[in-house]
Design a protein around this ligand. Structure first.
Ligand code: UD1
Ligand code: UDP
Length: 352
C-alpha cells in the first residue's frame, strides 16, 4: 500500500510522528508532503529531528498568506504531487488549512481519504479550524476519531460509514516521548526554573491574537499574578504584540517556540498551564496538570468534565481567580484518549 501523508503545521508533525512509525513497521510505503504552512526552524524542522520523522519528499513552501492564498497554493501543489505519485490513500491530520487542502486535492482525484482526529467540534463557526474540520470530515472515506464524543458528533451530522474510534495519536506521542524529554531536556536548568514553581502559557488562536483589546486583556491578567509565567511565543502572537505595542509584564518571560521535548518538560513541571491550544489542553490532561483554557469553548470536552481543564475565556478576573484557586485533590482521570496504541490501530484499519 502506498500512503501519502499531508502535513504542514506544528501540531501535525507531532500527531503524525507515531503514525509514520507504525506505517513503517507495517511495511507500507509512506511519502510525506510538507505544505510549508509552518517554516521557521522552531515551528517545523525541530520536530522532524527530535521525533525522527523522515524527510518530506516535497516541501511546497507555501508559507504564510490569507486563507485563500494559502489553501489554493497548497491545493495546486498537492494535486500535482498526487497525480505523479498515485497513492492508494491520503492521510490528513487535524484542522488546519493544510488539512483541508490535502482533503480536497485527494477527493477531487477520487483518491481514498483518511482523516486522523476526525469528529472534533467546537461549534464555533468563527474559528477557521471549525470549517476545516467539518469540510474534511464530510469528504473523508475513513474517519479516525480520538474520542467517543467525536464519534457522536459525526453521528449527529449523519456520518457513520468509515468511522472508527481509535484514540488519540497525540497520547501515543506523549507516552513515547515524555520519558525521553525528562532525560534529555535541559529547559528547566537553562531557564532556572524549579518544578511547580512557574506557570506556562501559550496563545495563538486568531480570535485572541487579532484583537489588541483581547490580547491586552490576557496580558493584564498575567501581570496581576505573583508567579513567573513562561510564554513560548507563537510567531503570530509575537507579531500581534509588536504591532499593538503591548507591554510585556515583568513576570512574563517570553521565549522562542520550543521543541517538543522541551515543551513536554515545561508542561509536566508547570503548576498551571494557560492556553488556547488544542493539543496543549490534552497534554495538560495527560500530565495531570491544571489547565486554564483562554477560550469560551473547547472541542476537547473530556478534559473539562472533571475539572482538570477550566474554560476561563479572556476576562482577567476569571483568569486570576482560577490561577489562585488550588486544584482540587482526587479529581477523576479517565482514559478518554485511548490506550496509547492508536497509531497501530489506525494502520491496521488502513490495511484492512
Ligand atoms: C495554524 C492553524 C491552527 C493551528 C496552528 C498551530 C490554520 C487556519 N490555522 O495557525 O489551526 O492551531 O497553526 O500552531 O491553518 N508564522 C511565522 N513562521 C512560521 C509560521 C507562521 O512567522 O513558521 C507567522 C506568519 O506571520 C503567519 C502567522 O504566523 O502569517 C500565522 O501562521 P498560519 O500558519 O497562517 O496560522 P497559525 O496561527 O500558525
Ligand atoms: N508545542 C511545542 N512547542 C511550543 C508550543 C507547542 O512543541 O513552543 C507543541 C505542544 O506540545 C503540542 C503542539 O505543539 O504538542 C500544539 O500545537 P499548537 O498549540 O501550535 O496547535 P494546536 O494544538 O492548537 O492546533
Amino acid at each position: 500500500m502506498k500512503i501519502i501523508t499531508v502535513v504542514g503545521a506544528r501540531p501535525q508533525f507531532i500527531k503524525s510522528a507515531p503514525v509514520s512509525q507504525a506505517i513503517a513497521k507495517a511495511g507500507y510505503a509512506e511519502l510525506i508532503v510538507h505544505t510549508g504552512q509552518h517554516y521557521d526552524y522552531g515551528m517545523s524542522k525541530v520536530f522532524f529531528e527530535e521525533m525522527g520523522i523522515k524527510e518530506p519528499l516535497i516541501n511546497l513552501n507555501v508559507g504564510s498568506g490569507t486563507h485563500a492564498q494559502q489553501t489554493s497554493q497548497m491545493l495546486v501543489g498537492i494535486e500535482g504531487f498526487l497525480l505523479s505519485h498515485t497513492p492508494d490513500i491520503v492521510l490528513v491530520y487535524g484542522d488546519t488549512n493544510s488539512t483541508l487542502a490535502g482533503a480536497l486535492a485527494a477527493v477531487k482525484l477520487g483518491i481514498k481519504l483518511a482523516h486522523i482526529e476526525a469528529g472534533l467540534r467546537s461549534y464555533n463557526r468563527q474559528m477557521p479550524e471549525e470549517h476545516n474540520r467539518v469540510l474534511t470530515d464530510h469528504c473523508s472515506d475513513l474517519l479516525f476519531c480520538p474520542t467517543q464524543t467525536a464519534v457522536n458528533n459525526l453521528d449527529r451530522e449523519g456520518i457513520q460509514n468509515g468511522v472508527h474510534l481509535v484514540g488519540d495519536t497525540m497520547y501515543d506521542a506523549v507516552l513515547q516521548f515524555s520519558q525521553l524529554a525528562l532525560r534529555n531536556s535541559l529547559i528547566l536548568e537553562s531557564l532556572d526554573l524549579k518544578p511547580k514553581d512557574y506557570l506556562l502559557a501559550t496563545i495563538h488562536r486568531a480570535y485572541n491574537t487579532d484583537s489588541s483589546t483581547v490580547l491586552s486583556s490576557i496580558l493584564s491578567a498575567f501581570q496581576q499574578v505573583d508567579e513567573t509565567i513562561i510564554f513560548p511565543i507563537h510567531p503570530r502572537t509575537l507579531q500581534a504584540i509588536k504591532a499593538s505595542n503591548i507591554t510585556i509584564p515583568p513576570n512574563v518571560r517570553l521565549i522562542d517556540p520550543v521543541g517538543y521535548l522541551d515543551m513536554l518538560t515545561l508542561e509536566q513541571n508547570a503548576r498551571v498551564i494557560l492556553t488556547d491550544s488544542g493539543g496543549i489542553q490534552k497534554e495538560a490532561y495527560f500530565f495531570k496538570v491544571q489547565c486554564l483554557t483562554l477560550r469560551p469553548e473547547t472541542e476537547w470536552v473530556e478534559t473539562t468534565a472533571s475539572g482538570w481543564n477550566i474554560l476561563v475565556g479572556t476576562d482577567p478576573a476569571k483568569i486570576i481567580a482560577a490561577i489562585n484557586s488550588p486544584l482540587a485533590t482526587g479529581l477523576p482521570h479517565s482514559e478518554y484518549f485511548g490506550d496509547g496504541h492508536s497509531s497501530e490501530t489506525i494502520v491496521k484499519l488502513l490495511g484492512s
